[in-house]
Design a protein around this ligand. Structure first.
Ligand code: CAA
Length: 257
């Protein structure tokens, strides 16, 4: 498929999506979100792809939802357009997604990074939820995911007082997995995704689901789901192969079955 506001590239078993609206600092308008979710769906259903990387450019991962697209809208128009519901499609992607973040990662941009499963940040990345400056609050899961990721105190400061986190602070507060030099952040993210893409696909899928469950629900439900998934994995060839390979001191040959 050809796109106008994103670019796609395949690196081995990793599908890369690059947001490509540089003049608007990759602001997430309707077209970007539609193309992004179409590309995610395409990678998710392609058995040659095992993991996905979403990135922007060095200056901006994304500076938020497109303010110009919604500035004049009334509440009823926002409700009727319901542009944010498309984010549910990102949440439902089964393969792991790594965000490779450099520069501005603000508002909806930070919400996009947080809906991914892992974040690799360049030293110049800056994370924030500046919606309060516009007289609104985050609308694509920001208040919920941020609070779970960094805790109440820092989340309050970011949402209520536009505190921006440096890459190093974001790492300390648990928002990102690692901070690496600008020259290598994308390569590191692709490498991380490639490692997951080489692992047992069914276990990767259920592991992502189980961790998301812990993140999004009550402990008791999450533990019950995790246990079911754990038992279920014993019906896969990959579990037999993985355990046998360990015993035989060799590398497993994953089949995704
Ligand atoms: N929406 C639309 N356009 C945006 C944008 C956004 N979120 N962010 C930047 N742009 C545009 C600017 O309007 C500008 O366009 P023009 O050249 O046509 O004027 C271009 O991108 C470059 O931006 P700046 O000139 O402002 O660049 P800068 O380097 O001086 O500042 C910045 C960078 C601090 C990131 C600044 O652009 C900024 O504050 N952007 C807005 C950030 C923001 O408020 N994000 C939250 C959006 S609301 C949201 O995301 C809601 C939600 O939860 C879903």
């Amino acid at each position: 498929m050809s796109y106008t506001t994103i670019e796609t590239e395949v690196h081995g078993r990793v599908g890369l999506i690059r947001l490509n609206r540089p003049k608007a600092l990759n602001a997430l308008n309707r077209e970007v979100m539609t193309e992004l979710t179409d590309a995610l769906d395409e990678y998710d259903s392609n058995s040659n792809i095992g993991a996905i990387v979403i990135t922007g450019n060095e200056k901006a991962f994304a500076a938020g939802a497109d303010i110009k697209e919604m500035a004049e809208a009334s509440s009823v128009e926002m409700l009727q357009r319901d542009h944010i519901s498309i984010w549910d499609r990102i949440r439902s992607v089964k393969k792991p997604i790594v965000a490779a973040v450099s520069g501005w990662c603000l508002g909806g941009g930070n919400e996009l990074a947080m809906i991914c499963d892992m974040v690799v940040a360049s030293e110049s990345a800056k994370f924030g939820q500046p919606e309060i400056n516009l007289g609104v609050i985050p609308g694509a899961g920001g208040t919920q995911r941020l609070t779970r990721a960094v805790g109440k105190a820092i989340a309050m400061e970011m949402v209520l007082n536009n505190r921006t986190l440096s890459a190093e602070e974001a790492y300390q507060f648990g928002l990102v997995n690692r901070v690496v030099p600008l020259e290598s952040y994308l390569d590191e993210a692709i490498q991380l995704a490639a490692e997951m893409a080489a692992r047992a696909p069914v276990a990767i899928r259920l592991g992502k689901e189980a961790v998301n469950h812990a993140f999004e629900s009550f402990l008791s439900n999450g533990i019950a789901d995790e246990r079911r998934a754990f038992y279920f994995l014993f019906s896969t060839e990959d579990q037999k192969e993985g355990m046998q390979a360990f015993i035989e001191k060799r590398k497993p040959d994953w089949k995704g079955k």
